[in-house]
Design a protein around this ligand. Structure first.
Ligand code: SF4
Length: 446
């Protein structure tokens, strides 16, 4: 028995549906239900393990659907990551990003970091000058981060609200509104404030999610990432992230963001303790949310990366998803989410080779350049966690698809020309110069 099979779940992978019926519905374009998705993800719950021939049939159906819905374009965006702080006390067992907030008290620690609003602005300004037009910012839940100055006053001296005043820390992160105002410069699109961060921005006060997101939008927020979703089934959340908001709260936050006029994304983080039924239930929550809001621009399956996580170190998992499970997750997302057009294959999670393979399993987006501050300052050096437009053009054409630069919201796109050099053109300062070019900005001939 695998570790993953040893949990005593209320939701189990068993249905009255058959794999063949579920696949027939998928091929006909009928709306799938949770039983159908469970059968497809399991390639039949009537047998142990995945059936390789059935896997291929599901992938083919998803690839055909992708072609019908979005054609052969593969999109990507010119973006920079600016995560404000790694300080976080939430203790999610799958996370290796955070550092206990107590280590940030007094002097700055050797591990982790917190950026001031001025430092955030500098990161974004530098990236925008290189042609980037999206900043993606997802941060730890620093105890001193609050919505605004009034929020500081409301929380001061209170117990049990995960709050400490900025004076307790080596670096003051400012407020969420300060950080957004700092990042919203030079026409860049600010993609930030997950449901978990929005919950942190309203903790201990009587303010709705809608009002919270309206305030954030007023400070420069353009769209909200639907990360922190993990698996939207509470029995799984209790095992992997008991300190996080529950699934109902996650949905309420996303609805509040949509009501505030923001575009959204949605994610699933799978391949840890959950079973295929949980994955299917998660897809159902996302599709219902999209039926109600129409605000989700893309869905992003994130395969759990197990090394250096408490889940792995404590023996609660013995690895992540297999290649076949990754492919099925993409494929069934494409077939089940009939109301979300775009499906992302994340090269950060899957690596280049598998990320490209997943483009033939239902995916049509390959994320973004993910320029980071370290990369910016070492421009021209090792690329690390960065993909250039040149990389994108080469990789996407190698699999016979069409490389297309997109805006964050997918509403603006541009097909890359046959010949390079390649650089972004959709942003306010994007003139076609390759992002890491060191010389004077010289528009590329595309
Ligand atoms: S909330 Fe959870 S996932 Fe996010 S930084 Fe904190 S511990 Fe990590």
């Amino acid at each position: 028995m695998t570790v993953r099979a040893s949990f005593d779940w209320a939701h189990v992978a068993a249905t009255d549906q058959s794999f063949e019926n579920a696949l027939a519905k998928a091929r006909a374009g009928d709306r799938l239900d949770v039983d159908d998705a469970t059968e497809l993800l399991a390639t039949g719950t009537d047998r142990e393990g995945l059936d390789p021939a059935r896997v291929e049939r599901v992938l083919e159906a998803a690839d055909a659907r992708r072609r019908e819905v979005v054609g052969d374009e593969v999109t990507f965006v010119a973006n920079v990551n600016n995560n404000v702080t790694t300080a976080c006390n939430t203790g999610c067992l799958f996370c290796n990003f955070k550092d206990a907030a107590a280590t940030f008290e007094g002097e700055d620690p050797d591990v982790g970091y917190t950026r001031t609003p001025a430092e955030s602005r500098s990161v974004v300004r530098d990236a925008v000058a290189r042609g980037v037009y999206e900043v993606c910012s997802v941060s730890g839940l620093h105890p001193a981060l609050v919505l605004d100055e009034d929020h500081h006053e409301a929380l001061a001296g209170r117990e049990g609200v995960n709050y400490r005043p900025p004076e307790a820390y080596g670096t003051d992160p400012g407020t969420y509104l300060d950080q957004l105002r700092a990042m919203a410069v030079d026409g860049v699109h600010v993609h930030s404030m997950t449901p978990e961060e929005a919950a942190h921005a309203r903790r201990g006060v009587d303010r709705s999610y809608r009002e919270t997101y309206e305030r954030l939008r007023g400070a420069g927020l353009d769209s909200a990432p639907g990360t922190a979703a993990e698996i939207l089934v509470d029995e799984v959340r209790e095992e992997i992230c008991p300190g996080k908001i529950d699934s109902g709260e996650w949905v309420a936050a996303m609805e509040g963001a949509a009501a505030a006029g923001l575009d959204l994304t949605a994610t699933i983080m799978y391949g840890h303790v959950e079973n295929v039924r949980h994955r299917a239930l998660h897809l159902d929550v996302v599709r219902d949310l999209q039926d109600r809001t129409g605000a989700i621009r893309e869905f992003v399956p994130l395969s759990f990366v197990h090394p250096n996580t408490p889940l792995y170190e404590r023996g609660l998992v013995d690895g992540g998803a297999s290649d076949a499970e990754d492919a099925l997750m993409i494929a069934v997302s494409r077939l089940f989410l009939d109301n979300v057009d775009h499906l992302q294959s994340s090269w950060v999670k899957f690596g280049d080779e598998k990320a490209l393979k997943l483009l033939s399993c239902g995916a049509d987006d390959l994320m973004g350049t993910i320029l980071s501050e370290e990369i910016t300052t070492r421009a021209g050096g090792t690329h690390g966690e960065f993909r250039s437009f040149e990389d994108y053009a080469r990789m996407i054409r190698a699999v016979g698809r069409e490389p297309v630069e997109r805006s964050t919201d997918y509403r603006t796109r541009r097909t890359l020309p046959e010949e390079g050099p390649y650089g972004p053109r959709l942003g306010p300062r994007a003139d076609g110069t390759p992002i890491l070019s060191d010389g004077p900005r010289q528009p590329a001939d595309d």
